[in-house]
Design a protein around this ligand. Structure first.
Ligand SMILES: Cc1cc2nc3c(=O)[nH]c(=O)nc-3n(C[C@H](O)[C@H](O)[C@H](O)COP(=O)(O)OP(=O)(O)OC[C@H]3O[C@@H](n4cnc5c(N)ncnc54)[C@H](O)[C@@H]3O)c2cc1C
Length: 551
């Protein structure tokens, strides 16, 4: 983008238009393993700025075909979703007004951090139950656009269930409100002789003409972030047509989200947590089958590498726990230290949490779980109080963050970081996954995840600057994704497609559905203005040529 064009852009935007080296370097990264330098970073001040931006790109695209707009809220995307090589549209600076809450619905701007959003909802005894483990560092725009999930998704499902309405700026440079429409309302929209009418008409045709195939393409897992969720837009039996469902999880490839209305749920009064220490991983399938019928709110896991890291960096946890008194914290970690010195670190720690408004219901479930696990002779532990529960949650939530910041001379390389396979298939699937991983004996990695959903986060630690190590990435990813697809899973349950997984979508969905995804993109964004190479028209070579060289 030449300097004249940047100067021209500055005259049309009230917010900041930045192209200094420091800013461009900062926005070359998200939490993925990629590095893509943008040409400009814009902090739009308001929706008028966004409209002007879209019109500017649309007008200049012919002479500058690489011009594009990539939305970014907090930039913690692990797939390379929030980086690109043209204009980054950063929402954190100005689109961060305090959310409003009415009748259990919160209306929020995209740049609001989840931690601030939750402060407002908790004031009313309400919660958005699909917050991710990155809850302290991510924002609502990323949660909506990635269809994020988290520890409570086992019971409550993902973001897609809670987004009731969005406001978006589309490729014609106008803002629209998307919400569920009745057949009569849809008919009115389709009569409009403008871009909105065109979109409704074309999307209605695409979805009705391919209805059965689209419904069949829905991944058979409890959580999915891959592809465009065409299967959610219209259900014949409900006679509702809802384009909101298409925008959730679309990674900003169809338009820029300026506002979202999100359903909230009442918080529950009580919780109890049981920790199960597991060494014989062949028991995992059986244990999952014992735990799930008791309907825990969350059922999480992390491995021995994660636990060792937590013990090593326990002072870092002290800060997060807000514990000034190190002795108190050391006391919390004492059992873990003892396990370490006695060589008794378990291969996997399983964390089962039950919640209820009735204390007796919790006691009953914990007692039944204890009884049912007795034949396996496992070490189990009931978290004695909220502080102890918090410690386990911190290890689980912060494991990836710890790796990113604390491990010297090796780097986190998320590329098989988020696959999901139905829990009942895990007994068969996991040994096959191990066989693949064993082919790379020098590869160290941590494993954590949402066990109840069969969703695993494997994060390899690599010397990323070594070309031999980099070569492993596409080969191992292909092997793992082929296995996941064979077991009818999804290559991403939460973290989305981005640069890393878009090239594998054809394997997962097949030619026909990919052609419908591409048609969808063309209907909304015929000039390919929004976040190119993500969701459709993926480019594995581009991705591999943009792996970070330096940290
Ligand atoms: C330590 C750690 C733990 C994580 N744990 C989880 C987890 O448990 N579950 C989970 O789902 N994810 C997890 N993630 C991934 C990530 O944090 C989440 O997906 C999060 O919701 C992204 O939010 P963000 O604001 O940082 O998004 P960003 O990185 O800013 O953006 C995410 C995507 O949304 C698009 N986008 C953002 N704002 C807009 C907008 N206004 N309009 C259009 N497009 C937009 C971007 O282009 C990008 O494609 C984790 C990441 C880290 C670093």
């Amino acid at each position: 983008m030449d300097s004249n064009l940047i100067e021209k852009l500055k005259t049309q935007i009230k917010g900041d238009v930045l192209s200094d080296d420091l800013t461009l370097n900062l926005y070359s990264h998200d939490a993925s393993l990629f590095e893509v330098k943008p040409q400009v970073v814009v902090n739009p001040k308001d929706t008028e700025d966004l409209k002007a931006l879209v019109k500017f790109v649309s007008k200049n695209k012919k002479n500058n075909p690489s011009l594009s707009l990539t939305g970014r809220s907090a930039g913690t995307d692990m797939s390379g979703g929030s980086i690109n090589d043209s204009i980054i549209v950063e929402f954190g600076r100005y689109f961060n007004h305090t959310p409003t809450i009415n009748n259990n619905i919160a209306t929020t701007q995209p740049g609001v951090f989840y931690r601030d959003f939750e402060k407002e909802t908790l004031k009313q005894g309400l919660i958005f139950p699909s917050y991710p483990a990155s809850r302290e560092i991510c924002a609502m725009g990323g949660i909506v656009n990635n269809n994020s999930g988290g520890e409570k998704s086992l019971e409550y499902g993902k973001t897609e269930q809670y987004v009731k309405r969005v406001k978006v700026v589309l490729s014609d440079g106008n803002e629209y409100e998307l919400k569920p429409l009745s057949q009569e309302e849809l008919n009115e929209k389709m009569k409009l002789k403008n871009f909105e009418g065109e979109i409704y008409g074309k999307m209605y045709k695409l979805i009705t003409e391919n209805y059965d195939e689209i419904q069949k393409a829905k991944p058979h897992v409890s959580k999915n972030s891959a592809g465009y969720y065409l299967w959610n837009v219209s259900k014949k039996e409900k006679r509702i047509f809802d384009l909101t469902k298409l925008f959730v999880g679309a990674q900003g490839t169809l338009g820029l989200v300026t506002e979202a209305s999100i359903q909230l749920l009442p918080t529950k009064k009580y919780s109890e947590m049981m920790i199960v220490y597991l060494n014989d991983l062949s028991l995992l399938g059986k244990i999952i089958n014992i735990v799930l019928p008791l309907k825990p709110e969350s059922f999480e896991t992390y491995d021995n590498h994660t636990l060792l890291l937590a013990i090593k960096f326990f002072t870092g946890f002290a800060k997060k726990l807000g514990t000034k008194n190190f002795i108190t914290l050391a006391w919390q970690f004492l059992p873990d230290f003892l396990m370490l010195v006695s060589g008794g670190i378990p291969k996997l720690v399983l964390q089962v949490e039950f919640t209820s408004n009735q204390k007796h219901e919790l006691n009953d479930k914990i007692a039944r779980l204890k009884d049912n696990l007795k034949p396996f002779n496992l070490k189990v532990n009931i978290a004695p109080n909220k502080k102890a529960e918090k410690k386990y949650w911190l290890i689980r939530r912060e494991s990836f963050n710890l790796l990113r910041h604390k491990v010297k001379d090796k780097h986190t390389a998320p590329f098989i970081d988020d696959f999901i396979v139905k829990p009942e298939r895990l007994t068969e699937f996991l040994p096959k996954l191990n066989n693949i991983l064993h082919k790379y004996p020098r590869l160290t990695y941590t494993l954590a995840g949402h066990l109840g959903d069969g969703n695993f986060h494997i994060i390899p630690l690599m010397k990323i600057e070594d070309p031999k190590q980099r070569q492993i990435i596409p080969t191992l990813a292909k092997e793992v994704y082929e296995l996941v697809i064979k077991y009818k899973g999804s290559i991403t349950a939460e973290h989305n497609d981005g640069l890393i997984r878009t090239p594998y979508l054809k394997q997962m969905f097949g030619e026909k559905i990919i052609s419908l995804f591409e048609e969808t993109k063309k209907i909304f964004d015929p000039q390919n203005i929004f976040n190119p190479r993500k969701k459709v028209f993926g480019d594995l070579d581009f991705a591999m040529n943009h792996i970070r060289q330096n940290w």
